[in-house]
Design a protein around this ligand. Structure first.
Ligand code: FMN
Length: 189
């Protein structure tokens, strides 16, 4: 399977970055294909601009968007990996979704309503939080709704795993390591 991991963390020493490195290595060892787009490392511009709207209206996709869309076309499975910031995804990832999952590429409007164009791909999220998961159920459910329905279902992507790892700054190394092992297990066949 071809996995595309969209990582939104500015710190290579973070838990999220470590988890993605371990997951990447594991999937490769299991003979999967894996590509990582580290949005901070590539300096992705997250602002959907007036120029973007006019280019897209003229059927000219801005080069940086086109590059990311080629990665999505390549993938069978798209994983968004990020720390939860203010109950949501970091702005750079929201901007990636605004710009890359554009009308005509990820969805279109038909007479009977919108239609997703990215099936049969699968989509997953891996989120770390400062809050412990036991205290964060309502927020996690809200985030699952946004990722699962508003983003994945809308674009024809089949929601797959939505993983949350809680209390990350508090739990200590052993628990953080067990979280990473859990993520690897979740994505093992
Ligand atoms: C700007 C910012 C906003 C944050 N907002 C939240 C939040 O809304 N809920 C929460 O549980 N943790 C929040 N946190 C804590 C992070 O989610 C936590 O530190 C992170 O998941 C730890 O994993 P990491 O090492 O991959 O960054 C926030 C942290 C930052 C820097």
């Amino acid at each position: 399977m071809k996995h595309l991991i969209i990582l939104a963390h500015p710190n290579p020493a973070s838990f999220s970055s470590s988890l993605i490195k371990a997951l990447h290595d594991h999937l490769l060892a299991e003979a999967h294909e894996v590509k990582i787009r580290n949005l901070y490392e590539i300096g992705f511009n997250p602002v959907l601009s007036a120029d973007d709207f006019s280019s897209l209206a003229d059927n000219k996709t801005p080069k940086d968007i086109e590059i990311e869309q080629e990665y999505i076309k390549w993938a069978d499975h798209i994983i968004f990996a990020y720390p939860v910031w203010w109950g949501s995804m970091p702005a750079i990832l929201k901007g990636y979704i605004d710009r890359v999952l554009s009308e005509g590429f990820a969805y279109e409007y038909l007479a009977d309503g919108p239609k997703g164009l990215l099936s049969p791909r699968k989509g997953s999220t891996i989120c770390s939080t400062g809050a412990y998961s036991e205290e964060y159920g309502k927020v996690q459910e809200a985030m699952k709704l946004i990722s699962g329905e508003v983003i994945f279902d809308f674009t024809g992507i089949k929601p797959y795993k939505q993983l949350f790892y809680g209390g990350v700054p508090s739990v200590g190394d052993e628990v953080r390591k067990s979280y990473i092992q859990n993520a690897i297990k979740e994505f093992s066949e």
